[in-house]
Design a protein around this ligand. Structure first.
Ligand code: PMP
Length: 396
């Protein structure tokens, strides 16, 4: 059927509107990738838009170690490329149990559960553990997967102002007697601003109002804490947070996600969580790689340290050049404001061989279009030192 069919006219109009507002998105094909560079249409770019924060996804030594294991133990033929079923049927390879045991050891907690993605984890957990008569309180800048989880839930939900714990407390105070249970959700490092939640404050509030606290560490797992468990470890609060979410697709260089909690929540989710029950399990070969990364994680301190150093260097040099930036992590926003200006600067960076994509509404609030610099431990200061000049448009 032709795309010009009259029944698609509304879609075409909407797409035209997105184009006129510089908000149109499209997919680009990556033909080659290393820990620093990507190749698109035969041109190589320095990659500043990836979430491979520790630089592990294309690490030659790790890939060599993995391929030797795969070859030596004949893993390809033993494990195959598909689990061909949900975890509840025949997709639950024993590597799931090994990975979950390893996660429990790493966090020193009773239970963990692995999911197909962070999107599955957030939409599934939030909608499973909240019901009609419950309330969800969520930071205003929480990720789309958290918002979608709230939309799927039958509970009421309210959003508190970003990092505004006085506002959160007001909402808890007003509502804690009206609802059966309250779930408070925050990211630890925010995905578009790179700023950090006050987990101690959140734990104090959840204890004061007897609520459940869920923290999404997607952009902190692997990067913060002595063993790489995230901000919950750095702040010494692993045991105080009811549900800790981490994703494998970012610093942990794989795909999938996990949650850390008590055994009762694990059992409840296995029985109630639709995006766990009704989706095909991860391939065992992938679980095998993830397990290798999780076992290596505590030893990656020098990568964490280096990432922190180059992040401070980048943030300071942007500030010294008069840019509006922020955050306390490897995610460094350069707030430009208008969509068209942000797109133009991104194009200028592209011409200079740097892949740094513009982030526009609806991903971020109107008027805050930005370049989201996402650093990786595989970068050196020399790779990124010219970026402020290129953004400014000065000759290099
Ligand atoms: N939570 C946060 C905070 C995220 O930024 C993302 C992905 N960008 C997710 C969850 C979803 O994770 P995944 O990509 O594994 O679906």
């Amino acid at each position: 059927m032709s795309f010009k069919s009259p029944k698609y006219l509304d879609f075409i109009t909407e797409l035209d509107q997105l184009k006129s507002r510089d908000q149109f998105r499209s997919l680009v094909s990556i033909s080659d990738k290393s820990s620093k560079y990507i190749t698109i249409k035969d041109k190589k770019y320095l990659n500043l838009s990836s979430n491979d924060y520790l630089g592990l996804a294309n690490d030659a030594e790790l890939l060599e170690e993995f391929s030797e294991t795969v070859y030596k133990d004949k893993l390809f033929s033993k494990l195959g490329m598909s689990s061909a079923s949900s975890r509840l049927l025949t997709g639950n390879h024993e590597l799931y149990e090994k990975l979950e045991d390893e996660l429990c050891k790493l966090y020193d907690r009773e239970a963990s559960l692995v999911f197909s993605s962070g999107y599955h984890a957030n939409t599934g957990i939030i909608s499973a553990i909240t019901k009609k008569g419950d309330l969800i309180l969520s930071d205003k800048l929480n990720h789309a997967s958290i918002i979608d989880g709230m939309r799927l839930s039958r509970a009421d939900f309210l959003r508190y102002n970003h990092l505004d714990y006085e506002h959160l407390e007001k909402l808890l105070e007003i509502n804690h007697c009206k609802y059966k249970s309250i779930l408070v959700i925050s990211e630890s490092i925010f995905s578009m601003d790179g700023d950090r939640a006050d987990l101690k404050k959140l734990v104090d509030l959840k204890n004061k109002y007897n609520s459940i606290l869920m923290i999404d560490e997607a952009h902190a797992a692997g990067i913060f804490g002595n063993n790489g468990c995230g901000i919950c470890e750095e702040d010494n609060l692993i045991k105080d947070i009811d549900i800790i979410i981490g994703t494998f697709g970012k610093a942990l260089a794989s795909v999938g996600a996990y949650a850390i909690f008590d055994k009762t929540i694990k059992e409840y989710l296995i029985n109630k969580m639709r995006p766990l029950i009704f989706t095909t399990a991860l391939p065992a070969l992938n679980l095998c790689w993830t397990l290798m990364i999780i076992r290596a994680l505590p030893e990656l301190k020098s990568r964490r340290q280096h990432l922190s150093e180059i992040s401070d260097f980048m943030r300071n040099s942007l500030r010294n050049n008069g840019f509006v930036t922020g955050g306390e992590s490897q995610i460094i926003p350069v707030i430009i404001g208008e969509n068209d200006k942000t797109v133009k600067i991104s194009q200028r960076l592209k011409d200079a061989g740097i892949w740094l994509l513009p982030i526009r509404p609806p991903t971020v609030p109107d008027g805050t279009s930005r370049l989201r610099i996402s650093l990786s431990a595989s970068l050196q200061k020399g790779d990124i030192s010219k970026i402020p000049d290129i953004i400014k448009g000065e000759p290099i």
